[in-house]
Design a protein around this ligand. Structure first.
Ligand code: HEM
Length: 124
């Protein structure tokens, strides 16, 4: 049985997704200031590792970063509804730039919406 990681297209798919996402982050007035100034590449690598692991691919994230504890790791960032919407908009553009079966897209998108909602840690 193949994993969803493989069905999406493996490493190449997640590399493309994250690269398209960070191209949006780089020009987003809300998101850009929240990310490391010079090193968006390192942040991109962490997100790629995480997503690959989440969808059943290699466990490189765990090996390098330990348990994800994503809500805790985001606590230092001010994530209100505007930041949440900006993150999801950037992700939507990235998802829509790639080819995938519509069932896979729906599954990916439901997860991203759920995860983004869980990361909100500030009222408006
Ligand atoms: C809701 C809006 C969100 C905002 C504004 C946000 C912002 C950030 C920022 C500023 C970082 C630090 C960049 C770095 O140096 O790694 C980060 C890290 C990270 N984010 Fe988010 N994020 C959001 C949602 C999400 C969601 C939904 C996921 C997962 C699906 C996610 C996964 C990650 C991961 C894996 C890291 C790296 C954690 C680590 O190992 O240090 N983020 N995020």
């Amino acid at each position: 049985m193949s994993t969803l990681y493989e069905e999406f297209g493996g490493e190449a798919f997640f590399a493309d997704l994250v690269s398209a996402f960070y191209a949006q982050v780089a020009v987003d007035p809300i998101l850009r200031p929240m990310y490391p100034e010079s090193d968006l590449k390192a942040a991109a690598t962490r997100l790629q590792w995480f997503l690959e692991q989440y969808w059943g691919g290699p466990t490189t994230y765990q090996e390098n970063r330990g348990h994800p504890r994503l809500r805790m790791r985001h606590a230092e960032f001010h994530i209100n509804i505007q930041a949440h919407d900006a993150w999801l908009d950037a992700m939507r553009t990235a998802v829509d730039s790639l080819e995938m079966k519509s069932e896979l897209k729906d599954q990916l998108w439901s997860y991203l919406e759920m995860a983004a909602a869980a990361m909100v840690n500030q009222p408006d």
